[in-house]
Ligand binder design. Structure first.
Ligand code: EPZ
Length: 419
């Protein structure tokens, strides 16, 4: 096990290149199995979730090679359709392979990915979508045996909630189905657009990505291509917040400002000056941030749930009281008890947290409860007085590529230590 040892109180300042998006690279790598041939994917972040995805591709028979941040997937001779339970359990988003495997093999055997630290995370919408397109799903002892008795046929799919993963699985299943599919109430996240950009480059016929209605005209064959993954908007928010909580001055190179449309106004409400020039986003923070009246998580283009925990740290040291409402996941406040150990004043009731900002947090020994909660604790360590130990770095490594060296390049005093 390893922990981050952080000596707080330093102004986080400097310029950093943002990693590729975790939530984009995972479905795109899964899609390379559907497409077949040899795909070359650039700007892939080095994450444990990316490693898990590569292991699944290899288990399906793909030849995967890595050159820096480029991953080359050759699935020409692959023919697998079953994901071992051990690999399914390594990460939640393994369920995204469902559509890719069914689209290629017309059958799939996976296990229900199970919940994780932030909630139950059912997959009923995923199963609804693939069944609409002609997939038969038999569930037995937690394993989903999927088959296509006749053929995959385009249909209208209407989601009761704009689920990101279910939208991705619907797209992956529909893109080679016979006929046209319309997805209503589709997720609008930038990662959906990135996935569809890759698939359209491979010859798919998808329109409306990024909107609530996506239309897919099925194509029999797709041709592998080269693609570069978008910047990670949640990592972008996290590094801007590192400046915001330490009175710092942080510039992001190669960010995508449009993807931060729901984040930047809240940073400005906290008293930060944010300057955007092309793909550079620069944040200059006040000595102490101001409270944010309300932080309400919503599906994109609303405020992203993945930025909620890191923003809680900003609220914890702000002047005044902030209210946070978590509408997407049912237990995404597990970082709060750890922040309380550092002197934060936060009360939670269900999906609401009321944060009374304090002048100073104090270093403590804390444990990451999940990926974004862990990031929140790292941010707290950066602005706390004294030393903070953040345990369970394995959660943080799922979504942040080399976070400690990235922060060190921004003047932080943070080291990884095996404990
Ligand atoms: C994706 O998860 C992201 N993960 C999550 O990022 C992100 O928080 C989430 O979208 C929301 O933006 C990846 O892309 C790999 P959902 P996903 O399906 O697809 C409920 C991170 O920190 N739901 O949009 O699992 C679900 O329980 C991670 O990077 C159903 O009820 O999210 C949740 O309450 C965490 N039935 C809500 O919808 C379903 O079949 C949103 O889930 C599917 C989802």
């Amino acid at each position: 096990m390893s922990a981050f040892i952080i000596n707080g109180g330093r102004r986080i300042s400097g310029s950093v290149k943002v990693q590729g998006s975790k939530n984009s690279v995972l479905p795109i790598l899964a899609a390379t199995y559907l497409v077949g041939g040899k795909s070359v994917i650039h700007n892939c972040p080095k994450l444990s979730d990316t490693n898990s995805t590569v292991k699944i591709l290899q288990a399906l028979g793909c030849v995967v090679t890595r050159k820096g941040n480029t991953i080359i997937v050759d699935s020409t001779d692959a023919g697998g359709y079953e994901i071992p339970e051990s690999l399914m359990r390594e990460m939640r988003s393994s369920v995204i392979f469902l559509g890719a495997i069914i689209g290629r093999m017309k059958k799939a055997v996976i296990s229900a990915p199970g919940g994780c630290e932030i909630g139950l995370r059912p997959i009923d919408l995923h199963l609804y979508a693939v069944k609409r397109l002609g997939v038969k799903v038999d569930e037995e002892f937690g394993r989903l045996n999927c088959s296509v008795p006749v053929r995959l046929k385009g249909k209208k799919i209407t989601f009761s909630f704009p689920s990101v993963g279910a939208t991705e699985n619907a797209i992956l299943t529909a893109v080679t189905a016979t006929g046209s599919t319309t997805i209503v109430n589709a997720a609008r996240e930038p990662e959906i657009i990135d996935l569809c950009d890759y698939l359209n480059k491979c010859g798919a016929d998808i329109s409306g990505a990024g909107e609530s209605i996506i239309t897919i005209n099925g194509k029999e064959t797709l041709i592998a291509c080269e693609h570069s993954v978008i910047a990670d908007r949640i990592a972008s928010a996290t590094y801007l917040l590192a400046g915001a909580v330490t009175g710092g001055d942080v510039s992001l190179e190669n960010a995508d400002p449009i993807h931060l449309n729901a984040i930047i106004p809240l940073l400005e409400e906290a008293g930060c000056n944010v300057n955007i020039r092309c793909k550079t986003v620069r944040l200059k923070a006040p000595q102490r941030p101001l409270r944010i009246d309300k932080i309400v998580t919503q599906p994109y283009p609303g405020f992203p749930t993945d930025a909620q925990a890191p923003f809680t740290t900003l609220a914890a040291v702000a002047k005044g009281t902030s209210v946070i409402v978590e509408n997407i996941f049912e237990s995404r406040f597990k970082h709060v008890p750890e922040l309380l150990r550092m002197g934060a004043k936060i009360k939670t009731e269900g999906r609401v947290a009321v944060v009374d900002g304090v002048e100073r947090l104090y270093g403590a020994d804390v444990v990451s409860p999940d990926l974004r909660g862990g990031a929140a604790l790292v941010l707290a360590g950066l602005c706390a007085m004294g030393q903070t130990t953040v345990r369970n770095t394995l959660y943080i490594d799922r979504g942040y590529d080399d976070i400690e060296n990235t922060l060190c390049s921004l003047n932080a005093d943070i080291k990884r230590k095996v404990i």
